[in-house]
Design a protein around this ligand. Sequence first.
Ligand code: SF4
Length: 427
Amino acid sequence: MTQIKKARSGMITPEMKIVAEKEQVAPEWLRDQIAKGRIVIPANVRHSRLSPVGIGEGLFIKVNANIGTSSDHAIFEEELEKLRVSIEAGADAVMDLSTAGDIDACLGAILEESTIPVGTVPVYQAVVETVEEKGALIDLTADKLFDVIERQAEKGVDFITVHCGLTRAALEMLKGQGRITDIVSRGGAFLTTWMLHHDRENPLYENYDRLLAIARKYDLTLSLGDGLRPGCIADATDRAQIHELMTLGHLTRQAWDQDVQVMIEGPGHVPLNEIETNMIIQKKLCQGAPFYVLGPLVTDIAAGYDHVACAIGGALAGAAGADFLCYVTPAEHLCLPNVEDVREGVVVTKIAAHAADIAKGNRVAIERDRQMALARKNLDWEAQMKLVIAPTKARKYREQNPPAEDDVCTMCGKYCAIKQVKEYFKD
Ligand code: SF4
């Protein structure tokens, strides 16, 4: 039985208890939100080391880190190190997006080690294997795609991106739209190529019940992907994007009817002034299902600093209703990120998520900042290091430039403003 099915039958599962404790919410309230589909706990019954995480309305905003090999850089150990660094830096989930090397072995090792939910995009592996076996991605079959989905589910993957809303009708919208960047989703591009070559409907849409049956068996959460997400500011919030989202809303209802947990993926590149509108449209069209945004990046010209462009968009998206932020690293649009890029991406996205939690009135998040303010006022540096999002970096800065007097810092030195007025504001 899936978490949503158990919630609907009134059960509070061990996973729900753990999530309720982490979030400091009542287990009964959590169960009711899961039953309504507003919160998911991606927890494949086969992922043995998992410490369950909840995603959705009323919980802390979560952060995902993408890891995985590429055809130009496939070092298995490096991806495992990225997993470790992601967890250490505070990621709530990882996605293994491997497209080279021994994909099965890499995913198996990640699942064995990961205590946080693991997601994948199965069409990647299905296409890579098809190209290796038959020579071209157009030789992909629906059976091959579903075999890979089942294989990954059997291994213990907790959530999968499936671009089920990328239909022929959505492609017609895209063709008529006159976009600049057309399709920037890798999975979306694979499926579009296949659909146009064969003049066929998307197999994930056509065989949605087959997908739901696999998801139900393993309690695999579906992350309904946005294959037509905008790849530049000029393409944001157009007919193709919204058409796909409307289909995802319809598929959300079907998944809930079959007791399958589901979340929705969203853009992409979106200007600041359109982010709130995007969040409202998604929540309305998908009936409150958790929203997982890939950014959004608020400008196209921040290469080298795209993690900052992403954090700006992520903070606003989170404050306006997004529940799950996919990180972007400084390497975005340039190359596969290295281990330090991954760390930087997670930390910056955690800051965005926390800022949004405060804006949404999360009392635990607000209290953490209040404690930080008190620690700063008290010049209590140890307490400050315990409260910051990235203590290692904070400590490094303090240690590399130590003050003459221990209780201040070298910014103002003996003219420390806090220290000066402290005596006069004792209470
Ligand atoms: S020295 Fe300046 S920056 Fe440092 S703690 Fe005091 S007031 Fe703050």
